[in-house]
Design a binder for this molecule. Structure first.
Ligand code: BT5
Length: 242
């Protein structure tokens, strides 16, 4: 799926932005892969920035044509997160998905995902899936959660192009499974960070204890509160205190 149409850039503001800028061209179609050795302003969620040393990490955007209703958009982020977990598990790590879009190993962030959808009515016709995966970088700023990389965890240097190929292969497998109707919900729940564990959260300046039970169809985080009621949270409405 991601084999024919690959644009390799040395430096760019953001691979997602670059892919989106191709919307007016025939290149913007399912299978397009854009990678860069360096991003001058990599995008995170909501104006946040993804920082990465040049030539040390994977900075990747791919385009797919989901043709699914917008109310199913969280399905896309689930399969993308699972594909990153597939790669990390294959390398012998034990990754977790911190809802909605962080991939953690040992409570440290090794990858971030940014999905930007293009709609026609209620239909997602294109998704630009951006993945930043820390591979060989050894020093990071003090983020919360703390950042880590494959090399920090596994004490060896990795071939970025090879990791990229493996990740794209896991991602296309996950997309195929999704399209043939195979449920990946159980695997997602198993990989969900803090699922079924009492933990502290904050919402609207109030701290509370709760237990993550899952993610709703519409992508909201489901937390069981101390009175056993289940509360639903949108992205940004709840903070993990760990
Ligand atoms: C994300 O946002 O985690 C999504 C990051 C997606 C980056 C990829 S790179 C290729 C593609 N092209 C783009 O322009 N973007 C995508 P968010 O959850 O908002 O997390 C951003 C936060 O993570 C920052 O505010 C920092 O606190 C932290 N951070 C920044 N760089 C990091 C890194 N390399 N490793 C770990 N944490 C980092």
């Amino acid at each position: 799926m991601f084999t024919k149409n690959h644009i390799k850039l040395d430096a760019i503001n953001s691979t997602n932005e670059y892919a989106l800028s191709l919307q007016v061209t025939p290149a913007f179609k399912e299978g397009l892969v854009v990678t860069a050795s360096y991003q001058s302003r990599g995008n995170g969620q909501r104006g946040r920035i993804w920082e990465s040393n040049a030539n040390e990490n994977l900075l990747l955007s791919v385009v797919i044509e989901p043709n699914i209703n917008i109310n199913k958009q969280s399905e896309i982020s689930k399969i993308v997160a699972l594909s990153v977990c597939d790669l990390l598990t294959d390398l012998g790590l034990n990754p977790k998905i911190k809802w909605p879009n962080d991939i953690l190993v040992d409570k440290q962030k090794i990858a971030g995902i940014l999905i930007q959808n293009k709609l026609k009515g209620n239909l997602i016709i294109h998704s630009v899936i951006g993945i930043g995966l820390n591979i060989n970088q050894m020093n990071f700023k003090k983020y919360l959660p703390k950042a880590t990389s494959l090399q920090l965890l596994l004490n060896k240097e990795f071939d970025i192009a090879k990791i990229q190929m493996q990740l794209l292969s896991f991602l296309s497998d996950r997309i195929k499974q999704f399209r043939n109707g195979t449920s990946q919900e159980q695997e997602y729940l198993c990989a969900l960070f803090l699922k079924d564990k009492p933990a502290a959260f904050e919402s609207g300046n109030q701290q509370f204890m709760g237990i993550i039970k899952g993610v709703s169809q519409s992508g909201k985080l489901l937390i069981q509160k101390e009175d056993d009621s289940i509360a639903e949270f949108e992205n940004q409405q709840v903070k993990f205190l760990f």
